[in-house]
Design a protein. Structure first.
Length: 477
């Protein structure tokens, strides 16, 4: 029997791995938690069993800064890692870690000046990594180096734009209140105040804060104990009326006379906040574009089927109300609404004359229509939605007791969102007009889902739907 630990390494789809890595790296705007994020990226998108990043200190000693998983033992990789620092060239090895790993070690240099870090990506097995996979990791290394360059450039830009150093200072507990005993010249740029003014009246710092921010900073300062860290972000109104975003970062220690002190800095992070807000707006615009595209697809489908025009829109409206009543998170409700808007996308493969057939379809033609959940899944499964849209479309005709189609899923195999869309779809289809029969009305529709409560349909969803129509007066447009 083959030992799976020595099988050739398995990889994610190369193009998807590089594209998703580029998208992920584009969202990184600072060095905070950078190496853990990168290690998780290598494992998640490239399928590595082990990822690590190393650095060399001023004395020349090489050590790993972060690794995934956190129980990895990397001593066997240090000699090769050191050799990469010395040579600056890629190395491909089979490492004698607890299990043999085929590994690639790549030099990383900020702004391409020299090797500053080494990335290790390893896969269980004794077979060397193929050349095309080494090239894939070289592409990732280039993306990481570009990210390091961008972050470094962004930090320099912020510093030059502000044209100021941080405010360095020491706050000490004197006569029951916090007083500055030292303030650097950075106070002029960070706060718009002379250092002498803060030394004379430390209350000027708190005077520029809103009540909530003043209370937060006061509480953080009061939580003093030796070695404690303080990190508080506040909005501060300068003497000229301008509002700035400030980050106070300090460490608790003891002064010469045994008094409590905080040694630290205050920096202006207004530009970083602006960049974050800009990123948020960009994401909102991206989401809006995605929704517009989905609605365009929904409209295209309905153009082929005039008898059910508006069906998907009405199902989406009802599914949204049901998901909200069931207390699902806002983001989850959003995903259910978008999915319901295109749940019948698979009908695009069905001839239009079958969709508008004015009577009961022959078995062969009806079987063709029953394929639409799977067709919809195939259309959507490669689209990187933040929700399981393709799977919910696949499941919207499944029943709790396994009697649905196309896969006969049952119970917990069916996603909550799909259960909601199923009920909304059935109620809308029965209540309103279809080419093969007149609309049967909401009472008949509710009776049907009550009959199938717990067998075909989720009991909680059925109860919410009945309450929505009978007690809250919901009606289709």
């Amino acid at each position: 029997m083959n030992d799976p630990r020595h099988d050739p390494p398995r990889f994610a789809d190369p193009v998807a791995a590089v594209v998703r890595s580029a998208q992920y790296l584009a969202g990184i705007v600072s060095y905070d938690d950078l190496w853990p994020q990168l290690a998780k990226l290598v494992c998640r998108f490239f399928g590595a069993d082990l990822a690590a990043f190393a650095a060399r200190d001023a004395a020349g000693a090489v050590s790993f800064m972060h690794w995934e998983p956190d129980n990895a033992r990397l001593a066997a990789a240090l000699p090769v890692t050191t050799a990469v620092f010395d040579s600056g060239f890629l190395a491909s090895e089979v490492l004698g870690l607890p299990d043999p790993h085929a590994a690639v070690l790549l030099p990383l240099g900020r702004e391409r000046q020299r090797t500053g870090y080494v990335m290790l990506a390893a896969h269980r097995g004794t077979a060397p990594l193929p050349r095309e996979r080494l090239d894939l990791y070289l592409a990732l290394a280039g993306l990481i180096e570009s990210t390091l360059d961008r972050i470094a450039s962004q930090q320099r830009f912020v510093s030059m734009a502000d044209n100021v150093p941080e405010l360095l200072g020491q706050l000490a507990m004197v006569d029951g209140g916090w007083r500055y005993t030292y303030v650097s010249g950075g106070a002029r740029a960070v706060l718009g105040l002379a250092p002498e003014a803060l030394l004379a009246d430390s209350g000027l710092l708190f005077a520029g804060l809103a009540a909530a921010d003043s209370a937060a900073l006061t509480a953080a300062l009061a939580d003093w104990e030796p070695g404690a860290r303080l990190r508080v972000t506040v909005r501060w109104t300068a003497p000229d009326g301008g509002v700035r975003h400030l980050l106070a970062n300090a460490m608790a220690s003891t002064g010469e006379a045994g008094e409590r002190v905080w040694d630290g800095a205050i920096q202006d992070i207004s530009e970083q906040v602006r960049l974050q807000e800009e990123s948020r707006h960009n994401l909102e615009r991206l989401n809006k574009s995605m929704e517009d595209a989905i609605q365009a697809v929904a409209a295209t489908i309905e153009q082929r089927d005039p008898y059910t025009a508006g069906h998907q829109r009405r199902v989406a409206e009802l599914a949204t109300r049901l998901a909200t009543m069931l207390g699902l998170p806002e983001d989850t409700v959003h995903g259910i609404r978008l999915t319901a808007s295109i749940h019948d996308i698979g009908k695009i493969h069905v001839p239009a004359e079958l969709l508008s057939y004015p009577g009961k379809l022959p078995e062969v033609e009806f079987a063709l229509i029953r394929q639409h959940p799977q067709v919809g899944y195939e259309i959507l499964r490669n689209v990187d939605f933040p929700w399981p849209v393709a799977e919910m479309v696949y499941q919207h005709h499944e029943h709790l007791d396994g009697s649905g189609y196309p896969r006969g899923l049952a119970g917990e195999q069916i996603l909550p969102g799909a259960r909601i869309i199923t009920v909304a779809d059935v109620v809308e289809a029965i209540a309103l007009y279809r080419p093969y029969r007149p609309g049967l009305g909401i009472d008949v529709a509710l009776a049907e889902i009550e009959k199938g409560r717990g067998t075909h349909y989720d009991p909680a969803v059925v109860d919410a739907c009945v309450r929505l129509f009978r007690e809250e007066g919901f009606a289709f447009d």
